[in-house]
Ligand binder design. Structure first.
Ligand code: PBG
Length: 328
């Protein structure tokens, strides 16, 4: 056999050892890119574990403060807070009550770690309505888009007044970014950016979150506002363009792992930061498989996050943010 038959190009040369692989790595995670979602529930005296999300808790105000401090120490870039009030009603009054649980938590967390990381609020109504829908209902039980916009505007202003550094509307109402931008500006909060959940699919992967945030709809589902996973081609880009035109400062794709193609398309299209939300079901599936010994937990977590980063996400919302940040 002559030497000419051997390959000249040998990609394996760059994979020869850990040092070489580290040098040529094309995708890296940084603690500052990670955003930790956190839940706080009014009236709790002890943090409550979320059964379907091992390692995740519904926090008391006190335990939230401590967990926020740990996240800051680990170097994560941001926190996004979800509040569960003791009393819910049809219009989600706790959402814009200055003393609503989320507003209290925003003040607490801001005082604790507000200089170290970005404190965000999820801007929606499903955690605060008694029917569990993301907006105001019509008599026939549909979500009334425009009546809901007025509520979102008021909720976002309450969150900004409580110290939210950034608001993240997640309800998928048409015009929500514009309505919130106008309201924030009118209330003197033109400096508060909007991270728009621009592309949010109607996904089975939100199951565990609905236990964590106690926000499962009492009837029906969210398919009249969240996107159909099999929906029109380029619907995602349409949603993104609309949100940018309405003033979004950053955009989000959600869920992440099953929508890597969408992340890539959006990243190529926009000139603002792109976030991706590794949602509760993505977390629960890996934790459950790992608990059974079916997959290597640490490698699965790392690989799942690398995939999201490689697809083009600049920021990643993940329930593993603190653990991963500590390991980097
Ligand atoms: C709505 C909201 C949801 C999630 C984030 N914001 C639930 C939904 O749309 O049903 C899901 C996040 C997750 O599954 O981790 N406020």
């Amino acid at each position: 056999m002559s030497a000419a038959q051997f390959p000249v190009a040998r990609p394996r040369r760059l994979r020869r050892g850990p040092a070489m692989r580290r040098l040529v790595q094309g995708t890296r995670l940084h603690a500052a890119d990670l955003i930790l979602p956190m839940f706080v529930k009014e009236g709790l005296t002890e943090p409550q574990p979320v059964a379907s999300m091992p390692g995740v808790f519904q926090h008391t105000r006190d335990s939230l403060r401590k967990a926020a401090h740990e996240a800051a120490e680990a170097g994560v870039g941001g926190l996004i807070l979800f509040g569960i009030p003791a009393v819910k009603d049809a219009r989600g009054s706790a959402g814009d009550d200055p003393d609503g649980i989320l507003q209290q938590a925003l003040r607490d967390v801001n005082a604790e770690v507000g200089d170290a990381l970005v404190v965000m609020a999820d801007t929606c109504l499903d955690e605060v309505t008694d029917h569990g829908h993301c907006g105001i209902l019509t008599p026939s039980g549909d979500v009334d888009n425009d009546a809901t916009l007025e509520r979102y505007a008021s909720v976002a202003v309450a969150q900004a007044e409580a110290g939210a550094h950034m608001v993240a509307p997640s309800g998928m109402m048409d015009g929500q970014v514009g309505a919130i931008r106008t309201a924030l500006d009118a209330a003197g909060h033109s400096g508060v950016p909007i991270l728009a959940y621009s592309i949010k699919y109607s996904s089975a992967l939100y199951g565990p979150f609905r236990e964590a945030a106690e926000c499962a709809p009492q009837f029906g589902d969210r398919s009249t506002h969240q996107q159909d996973p099999a929906g029109p081609q380029d619907e995602a880009l349409r949603e993104v363009r609309l949100d940018l035109a309405e003033g979004a400062d950053a955009v989000m794709v959600k869920p992440a792992g099953a929508y890597l193609d969408v992340i890539t398309h959006v990243r190529a299209e926009v000139d603002v930061p792109v976030a991706a939300y590794q949602v509760s079901g993505e977390y629960a599936m890996i934790e459950a498989a790992a608990a059974n010994g079916w997959v290597d937990r640490d490698r699965m977590i790392h690989e799942s996050l690398i995939a999201i980063k490689r697809a083009g996400a600049d920021l990643i919302l993940t329930y593993w943010a603190v653990e991963v940040a500590r390991g980097l």
